[in-house]
Design a protein. Structure first.
Length: 369
């Protein structure tokens, strides 16, 4: 194929969430075919916009309030679609998927519309009514879409039950840069010095934004149970947007709350174990692969493809079960020197960033080859 393929990505926001980071990673590596990318950000959340612009990618920001549509924003999207005349419109997450599908027939009738889905439907009843309505609408509209990318087999199976056609489902797992995310003994030591911890302090880490889906409270309860039963010197490092003392003033000094950070690759190597405590909705959490690439073994809840990602390098527990999580953390902490290198090898062998970029490129090229 000699013709340049024009791809317009439509995404709800450009914060540091899993889908947004996958978009950035893919566009930094999608060089296996003659692809030209532009990105439309529906909201005013633009944290990653400069990173995309440094790649030479045009980013259009519509500035609609998160979760809401405005006439000005919709007119802006229509104008961008007409001007870009894309061959492919790639939606990212429910809001952008639905809006792209409804806008394409008028503004870009020749474009092939594709979706990207980054969650399962477990616990969807706990989402806001707007999100629940969008999920239902996506089930009705899915038959119009050329291809639907899922980051996990669990997501594909879940969405087939609400009307997503199996023939259009494509599973491309998230990939990880094992040069950027890597073990680092110096960072392990430096973090402890910077935070006044003893060199032998064991750190249990948790990286997630403050949201009910992430279930921080179960993690906190598990940490208290672990600390009461362990003779080790423990610290609990919690990183994520809005995770600070203002929201959790009652946590004791063993909890180090760092809020949202852009230097995750420098912080993860300081962990001895990483924990994902989500209650529902997870499909293929970035944080598991990133921690494992740093040779940090993980404990995660039994959601999405978490068990497939971790394999025999960590532990899986039921959601909302703090005692089980505490026991699993203790087991992994005791075996961390064995499990850590095994975890990194699993990411290197199964979830490379280049295989992810190649998979997405193949999806976009499709029958255009």
């Amino acid at each position: 194929m000699n013709k340049t393929l024009r791809i317009l990505h439509v995404i709800t926001g450009l914060g540091r969430g899993g889908a947004e980071m996958m978009l950035l990673k893919v566009l930094s590596r999608a060089t296996t075919a003659p692809l030209r990318h532009e990105v439309v950000c529906l909201s005013d959340i633009t944290t990653l916009a400069p990173d995309l612009q440094r790649l030479g990618i045009t980013v259009h920001v519509l500035g609609m309030p998160p979760g809401r549509l405005t006439w000005a924003g919709l007119r802006g999207l229509h104008a961008i679609l007409r001007a870009a005349a894309p061959d492919v419109i790639q939606g990212w997450m429910y809001h952008a998927n639905v809006i792209s599908t409804l806008a394409a027939p008028v503004a870009a009738p020749r474009a092939r519309v594709m979706w990207s889905v980054h969650c399962t439907l477990s616990g969807s009843a706990e989402e806001r009514w707007v999100t629940r309505a969008l999920i239902r609408a996506s089930g009705w509209l899915a038959g119009r879409v050329r291809a639907i990318h899922h980051v996990s087999a669990a997501s594909a199976a879940d969405h087939a039950r609400i009307g997503y056609p199996a023939r259009t489902a494509r599973v491309v797992p998230i990939g990880f840069d094992t040069t950027l995310f890597a073990p680092d003994a110096q960072r392990y030591r430096a973090f402890r010095v910077a935070h006044g911890l003893r060199p032998d302090t064991r750190i249990i880490g948790h990286v997630a934004r403050l949201h009910p889906v992430k279930d921080h409270q179960t993690f906190f309860r598990a940490c208290h149970l672990l600390a009461s039963d362990s003779a080790a010197d423990l610290a609990f490092v919690v990183i994520g947007k809005d995770v600070d003392r203002a929201h959790f003033p009652d946590l004791d000094a063993r909890f180090i709350l760092l809020g949202e950070r852009a230097d995750i690759p420098a912080l993860l190597p300081a962990f001895d174990v990483s924990c994902l405590s989500s209650a529902y909705g997870e499909s293929f959490p970035n944080v598991l692969g990133e921690a494992m690439a740093c040779a940090v073994p993980c404990v995660a809840t039994a959601l999405g493809d978490c068990a497939t990602i971790i394999g025999d390098t960590g532990r899986i527990v039921a959601p909302r079960d703090a005692p089980a999580m505490a026991r699993a953390l203790a087991e992994v902490l005791a075996a961390r020197t064995l499990l850590g290198p095994r975890a990194r090898a699993r990411i290197e062998g199964r979830y490379s960033i280049d295989s992810m970029a190649a998979g997405m490129s193949d999806l976009w090229l499709g029958d255009a080859r």
